[in-house]
Design a protein around this ligand. Structure first.
Ligand code: ADP
Length: 261
């Protein structure tokens, strides 16, 4: 099994933006061990997506270093070890769900090369796993938003990526679908054990899903706190222990930022 840890060392990122550069992130230090599920939370514009794009190697930091399994992100991208999910599932509209999932073209090809359990799964197995077996031959536009994100999830699994970078993939879904998918995603993570960086501005979702929450302050984003979450799964958001973590996170965000979260 490929294990990918994520290291950000003194990472600053500035966007040129004409004459007035924007510092999106400042001196961020982050160490995420292999197989961890870590949420990055903070108000809009605090640099969460920037952090994720830096981790993916889609942006190069102005200062500092990003290392994935000790290598520059481009290296891991070239090895197809990075799975990416965004708010809108980027499914190809002219391909069926099954064809979209088969697209990464790696399923069954590198058994043992990446994730242990994920390595040998066929597109049909993956469709089954995400509850879309009956919709294999449907086209993306005929499915609901939640089903499209399930398909995108199956495609992420099909890449056998050891690192999942997820930029609010459930943000456009209604609350109930969002909660259900969060539970399913957590279960898939348990089976496949990738390293996950999960960006959200939804605090309860971060508490529900992750082992550790990294809190970013308003721009320029600096890490204002970290909270380990050790509650058992599935997590009950009405439980007092859950609410206590939520309060702790909210207090850090309000002290370190503009309190809009
Ligand atoms: P978040 O994901 O937390 O909402 P982003 O990482 O998208 O925040 O953005 C952080 C800050 O950087 C914001 O103020 C945003 O306007 C700015 N920003 C993001 N991308 C660019 C860009 N390509 N050029 C200029 N500024 C940008």
């Amino acid at each position: 099994m490929t294990e990918v840890d994520v290291q950000l060392r003194g990472v600053t990122h500035q966007f040129a933006n004409g004459d007035t550069p924007i510092t999106a992130l400042e001196n961020v230090h982050l160490a995420v061990p292999p197989g961890a599920f870590v949420s990055i939370v903070g108000p809009s514009g605090c640099g969460k997506s920037t952090l994720l794009r830096l981790a993916a190697g889609l942006l190069t930091p102005t200062a500092g270093t990003v290392l994935l399994a000790g290598q520059p992100p481009a290296q891991l991208r070239a090895q197809k070890q990075i799975g990416w999910m965004a708010q809108r599932p980027a499914l190809l509209p002219w391909r069926t769900i099954r064809e979209n999932i088969a697209l990464p073209g790696q399923v069954n090809r590198h058994p043992g090369a990446a994730l242990s359990e994920g390595a040998a799964r066929s597109p049909d197995d993956l469709l089954q796993l995400v509850g879309l077996a009956e919709f294999a031959h449907a086209y993306p536009h005929t499915l609901s938003g939640g089903m499209q994100q399930r398909a995108a999830l199956a495609r992420t699994l099909a890449t056998n990526a050891a690192l999942w970078l997820m930029d609010e993939p459930f943000a456009a879904l209604d609350e109930l679908t969002r909660e259900r998918l969060a539970e399913e995603l957590r279960e898939l993570w348990r089976q496949f054990r990738p390293t996950v960086l999960w960006v959200t501005h939804h605090l309860a979702e971060a508490v529900r899903l992750s082992d550790r929450i990294i809190l970013l302050s308003a721009r320029p984003g600096v890490i204002s706190g970290e909270i380990p979450v050790t509650l058992p799964h599935p997590r009950d958001d009405t439980a007092s222990a859950f609410q206590a973590v939520l309060r702790q996170a909210r207090a850090i965000l309000q002290a370190g930022g503009n309190g809009r979260v």
